[in-house]
Design a protein around this ligand. Structure first.
Ligand code: LUZ
Ligand code: MOS
Length: 750
């Protein structure tokens, strides 16, 4: 089944926030944000801006009737700065005017005086100064100190991975409209409608039921709208509260790039110990996360770094610690993989360093340590239904790794201007919110009396096709054709108290709820059908818009049955709640079973480096991926390919840059390079690993959103492999992204 939005997408008819028909009395908002990364606000003069014709009002923290606080995990982030600013781009005020153009003119007329305070831009500086968001966390298994003494090889090293801009095609935005009695309806481009609702209620000082959030769909989220869609919607809501007029706020690209957080840059240190036969006996890592100026989701992201610090390897002695370092950058936030990719880059770097120093192929060390059934992760979960070795060997065989490697070697023997490199990248990614209480979802199904069906869930459609999957679940369980099923918008009045659409878990959690609701309806409708057909209820089934008895099609149609159910006053609506069973985690011990299951896979990446220019091409990425039993392979492979491109971009091209004053230099698409069709891998092949699927996944079809991003890490090591083939004196380094500039320097380093 195709993505149900493809028709309207292609025709440009799909609705996003900016496409909504707005009320005639709508006003337009615009943020005035800090022009300094750290300082005391001495004075702000709004008089010239306020005097501009068309400016209705300028809102500041003084207009907050509730709490000027938007921090979720830790309450450390004001909606609007009060006496101090902590990052360049921090919201200070909100201009509301009769047009966007007027608001923009007004913004230029605001005079602000800020007394500079010292600016921290890197995690290392923050650690030196003791500037942290919260206490560090550590996951420990076995005894690393003792086991390093028994290793034949011990290596240490340092890594850096930079941030990443989400670059959702649709920028952040919202449209807030007053209703009667002070109620407000906000259409928001958010992954977390409940988070927006809850925060708006908190800042406005009203009950949650006065705020309704509606989400049609997002033009991409990638984690950037898990937490950071909230402030804009809340600002607009404050304005509505005071003005009783609709307020729209769509960020332009420059403002969005400057004011929002990104993937966290990490500076990390590792120590790895191996035996002669390449078994990794001990691994230590210290992760310095550049959290930015406020917590946002950083503590949860730091935690996931620890969860994925050993990737798909079994290491019996592990000691990992993460520091969330407070700096004067915009608060960094969720980004596809959520700290996992940063952790995996470090273990892969440690293995690469060991291989380089010992003088063997990196994959020999990787292969010797892949997870097996019943191995223990550092956080106590026992690995089951492990597909680390199976996907690794399936990839080697399906793509003839031996031949691929021989081709690289012979190419490199014959060429000096160009060199090829190859790498293998296995992944293991845990599925579930690491914060156990977030793993729940609800669905509300209405069957209308004409037999058509409306499905509401807490899932937010952001291009990942979750609505298509929800429709598949409903139509399969109810036995109706897809044209009978409509997916409704995601709305807090229909489905309340939702977790954000995140953690790759949205289809699992909401899909299970849809399934449960549909099964309850089927149970009730079976009674009605049994009566109409004078048969036992247990032999009734639903298929192709008809009712079947004992596997044979009856004359009773779905529509006739629904009409009869109406007459018999049977409830045709159902609400269901799903909470992931089994999972638990004890933070006081840092042990438990946090994940419903893991997703595995292996990618083989080959690249060609131009050794005169330092530029490179990704020749091919050949993947064996564990989809479980995919319920929609077309959509799932699309997710793999998109995540791969995003992962390769993070590892190779996308270079976020702030100057020492904390100003974003890569503040436009002329200075921030994202993957395009020319930099995409020339070939991508994805083979589904044959497995039985996983019961914890919806229809045994495993979560697919985030895991394949980490295949992109393979590109870094494939390029490094090519550099090594050219420059025998290359000092191995782990500093991502491996941009052409850095490749050039590595090629000619003496
Ligand atoms: N968001 C979140 C996530 O709040 N918790 C998680 O564990 C998570 N994991 C991946 C992506 N987003
Ligand atoms: Mo996310 S990184 O919002 O799953």
């Amino acid at each position: 089944m195709k993505n149900i939005d493809s028709f309207t997408h292609v025709r440009g008819e799909s609705l996003f926030v900016d496409d909504l028909i707005i009320r005639q009395d709508t006003l337009f908002g615009l943020c005035f944000d800090s022009p300094k990364a750290h300082g005391k606000i001495k004075s702000v003069d709004y008089s010239k801006a306020e005097a501009l014709e068309g400016v209705v009002r300028i809102f500041t923290h003084k207009d907050v009737l509730g709490e000027n606080q938007i921090g979720g995990i830790i309450p450390d982030e004001p909606l609007w700065a009060e006496d101090e600013v902590h990052f360049w781009g921090q919201p200070i005020a909100f201009i509301v005017a009769d047009s966007e153009a007027t608001a923009k003119k007004a913004r230029a007329l605001i005079d602000i005086e800020i007394e500079d305070l010292p600016v921290i831009t890197t995690a290392k500086q923050a650690k030196e100064k003791g500037s942290f968001i919260n206490a560090p966390r550590s996951f420990n298994l076995g005894d690393t100190a003792a086991s390093f003494n028994n290793c034949d090889y011990v290596f240490e090293g340092e890594t850096f991975s930079n941030g990443q801009e989400h670059l959702y095609l649709e920028t952040q935005g919202c449209y807030a409209v007053p209703q009667e009695n002070g109620n407000i309806k906000i259409t928001s481009s958010t992954q977390g409608p409940t988070q927006v609702q809850k925060t708006a209620a908190r800042v406005l000082g009203v009950a949650m039921h006065k705020i309704e959030i509606d989400v049609i769909r997002l033009g991409g989220g990638f984690g950037g709208k898990e937490d950071q869609a909230t402030p804009w919607a809340v600002m607009a809501a404050v304005a509505v509260q005071h003005l009783n007029r609709p307020v729209k706020y769509m960020l332009n690209r420059h403002d969005d790039l400057r004011m929002t957080g990104k993937r966290h840059p990490y500076s990390s240190f590792f120590k790895i110990g191996l035996t002669k036969d390449f078994k990794i006996k001990a691994f230590e890592a210290e992760f310095l996360q550049n959290s930015g100026a406020a917590a946002d989701l950083s503590p949860a992201i730091a935690e996931r770094t620890l969860f994925h610090a050993t990737n798909s390897y079994f290491i019996p002695n592990v000691k990992t610690t993460v520091y969330s370092c407070k700096t004067n950058l915009p608060p960094n936030t969720a980004f596809r993989g959520f700290g996992g990719p940063q952790g995996m880059f470090v273990i892969e770097s440690a293995i690469a360093k060991a291989a380089h120093e010992i003088g063997v192929n990196k994959r020999q060390i990787q292969e010797a340590n892949l997870l097996q059934e019943n191995d223990e992760f550092s956080y106590g979960q026992i690995a089951t239904e492990v597909q680390a070795r199976s996907s690794w060997h399936a990839a080697k065989e399906a793509y003839n790794l031996k031949k691929l490697e021989e081709d690289v070697i012979s190419f490199n023997e014959q060429n000096n201007h160009f060199k090829k490199g190859i790498s293998l990248m296995p992944i293991a990614f845990g599925i579930s919110f690491t914060n156990t209480p977030m793993n729940h979802a609800r669905a509300l199904i209405h069957i209308y009396q004409d037999g058509s069906i409306g499905v509401s869930t807490g899932a937010v459609e952001m291009g990942q096709s979750v609505n298509t999957k929800m429709l598949q679940v409903a139509k399969d369980i109810l036995g109706v054709s897809s044209d009978r099923v409509k997916l409704e918008t995601t709305n807090t009045t229909r489905v309340a108290n939702t977790s954000p659409s995140a953690a790759s878990s949205t289809a699992d959690l909401n899909g299970k709820a849809v399934r449960m609701a549909c099964e309850s309806l089927i149970d009730r409708l079976s009674n009605v059908a049994a009566g109409m057909l004078s048969v036992n209820k247990d032999i009734i089934s639903f298929k192709e818009n008809m009712i079947w008895v004992d596997g044979k099609r009856s004359d009773l149609s779905w529509n006739q049955l629904i009409m009869q159910a109406m007459l018999e006053r049977v409830a045709l609506s159902e609400n269901a709640h799903y909470a992931t069973p089994v999972i638990h985690f004890d933070k006081s011990k840092e042990k438990g079973h946090p994940f419903a299951y893991h997703v595995y896979g292996t990618a083989i990446t080959t690249v060609t480096v131009d050794c005169i220019r330092g530029i490179y091409e990704i020749d091919a990425v050949k993947i064996v991926h564990d989809f479980g039993k995919s319920m929609n392979l077309g959509i799932d492979i699309g997710q793999v390919e998109g995540a791969l491109a995003q992962g390769i971009g993070w590892m190779t091209l996308e270079e976020i840059s702030y100057n020492d004053d904390g100003r974003l230099l890569s503040n436009a698409l002329s200075t921030y390079k994202v993957p395009d069709i020319f930099s995409a891998a020339k070939t991508i092949e994805t083979i589904p690993l044959e497995t039985g699927g996983n019961q914890m996944a919806i229809f045994k079809s495993k979560a697919v959103g985030e895991p394949p991003l980490m295949y992109g890490i393979g590109a870094y090591f494939a390029i490094q492999d090519a550099v090594k083939a050219f420059n025998k004196r290359y000092t191995i380094q782990f500093h991502a992204p491996f941009t052409p500039e850095k490749v050039l320097m590595a090629l000619y380093e003496k």
